[in-house]
Design a binder for this molecule. Structure first.
Ligand code: FAD
Length: 385
């Protein structure tokens, strides 16, 4: 079934207009303050839920709108294109990573319990893989879950966790078989953040995405019931691998949206700003740079459209998703840098959104798998058969 066909141009327009109105009233007037506060207010999640912007593809029986992936990506783009990357990124983790894990791998009880409150914004979702000694290489995971009667006892720590401060539930990667080699003995647990022994560390200070909370998390004898296990025991790594194409594609979609937004802002600016008696847009350098960057954007957009079609037919493989993340996020950083250059000194000022887009772009080449790891995955498919 091709989900894109079910989401008409008219419906897309209605949804885009709803998001624009929401941004005008609920986001734009406050966003700079949130960036200064280095966190958004918890209440924004409920407002997003009321507006129907969270977990848009969750089926109706779990409280969702029963939409599709295309709808989720449209929402992703509408928040990221105008430069609200912190909000778009945090929503992406909640709606496009955490909720699908539960939908695709959870028991009926887990879906009934978590999905309706994720749709409403009553429960914010996070996923905790990374640890101080385990980032690109998840073989280094030290957090453990040990069976004690009919409970699991979790000990360890995580870092760099998006939504860490606001999360009500964290999908936690823990080692359940200490004897299994590498990444084999890992399992996933749905950990409610009100459990005794769970604590949040600092809200980490970052180069960009200031309004997005990113945290250390600590687990000290956190007891969860058997029913908190997500998917099969010791199959955590396989589940992570299964879900990565969607995660990488959604980061890639955000990258093209950011490029598009930056190019639009820059076109407006260079048509206005005067130098040597004419708008900057009359200078050959400006014209050629804009032409090159627009071409780079369009090439990436075309590839993303292909990947969306593949995803919607269940045919997006891991190497292709890695190529999409690699190509688009590297292009995003080049294009946003080129756009900032055309703003001159104003581009470096915080009051111009292009400066924020520049700072926000940098992480795209690191999280969700670094560009180097993407190259490695693509190379394996190309060279090792
Ligand atoms: C803002 C932010 C939000 C994040 N959100 C989350 C989250 O919600 N949940 C979560 O679990 N994690 C999250 N992360 C963590 C993120 O996914 C990791 O930072 C990332 O995977 C890289 O791991 P690392 O930082 O340990 O770097 P390392 O793995 O130590 O890598 C350091 C360098 O070595 C390179 N390298 C490593 N291995 C290879 C290799 N085999 N070949 C070539 N080069 C290699 C890397 O590409 C990189 O350049 C977040 C990080 C940030 C900064």
């Amino acid at each position: 079934m091709n989900a894109i066909a079910e989401f008409s141009q008219e419906e897309r327009q209605v949804l885009s207009d709803m998001v624009r109105r929401f941004i005008e009233s609920e986001v734009a007037p406050h966003y700079e303050q949130w960036e200064r506060d280095e966190i958004m207010p918890r209440g924004i999640w409920n407002k997003l839920g009321e507006a129907g912007f969270l977990c848009a593809d969750i089926p109706v029986e779990y409280g969702g709108a029963g939409g599709n992936f295309d709808m989720c990506m449209l929402l992703n783009e509408e928040f990221i294109r105008p430069g609200y990357g912190s909000l778009g990124g945090n929503m992406g983790v909640h709606s496009d990573i955490v909720a699908p894990y539960i939908l695709n791998h959870g028991t009926e009880e887990q879906k009934q319990h978590y999905l309706p409150k994720m749709v409403s914004g009553d429960c914010v979702g996070a996923i905790a893989m990374t640890e101080p000694g385990a980032g690109s290489d998840l073989q280094g995971v030290r957090t453990t879950a040990k069976k004690d009667g009919d409970e699991w006892v979790i000990n360890g720590s995580k870092t760099f966790i998006t939504n860490g401060q606001h999360a009500g539930m964290v999908i936690t990667v823990a080692r359940t078989d200490p004897d299994a080699p590498g990444s084999r003995g890992l399992s996933l647990f749905l950990v409610d953040t009100d459990k005794p022994g769970f604590s949040r560390g600092r809200n980490l200070e970052k180069l960009g995405l200031h309004a997005a909370d990113t945290s250390e998390l600590f687990y000290e004898d956190v007891r969860v019931p058997e029913s908190a296990l997500l998917g099969e025991l010791n199959k955590g790594f396989i589940i992570l691998m299964t879900e990565l194409p969607r995660e990488r594609l959604s980061l890639a979609v955000g990258a093209v949206a950011a490029m598009q937004g930056a190019l639009g802002m820059t076109a407006d600016y260079v048509n206005e700003r005067q130098a040597f008696g004419a708008p900057l847009s009359k200078l050959q350098n400006t014209r050629f740079r804009m032409a090159d960057m627009q071409t780079e954007y369009r090439l990436n957009r075309a590839f993303i459209n292909e990947c969306m079609e593949l995803f919607n037919t269940g045919a997006l493989d891991a190497p292709t998703a890695s190529m999409a993340k690699l190509a688009t996020t590297e292009a995003q950083c080049r294009v946003v840098d080129g756009c900032l250059q055309l703003f001159g000194g104003y581009g470096y000022m915080k009051e111009y959104p292009i400066s924020r887009m520049y700072a926000d772009a940098r992480i795209q080449r690191i999280y969700g798998g670094t560009s180097e790891i993407m190259r490695e995955l693509v190379a394996r498919a190309v060279l090792d058969g």
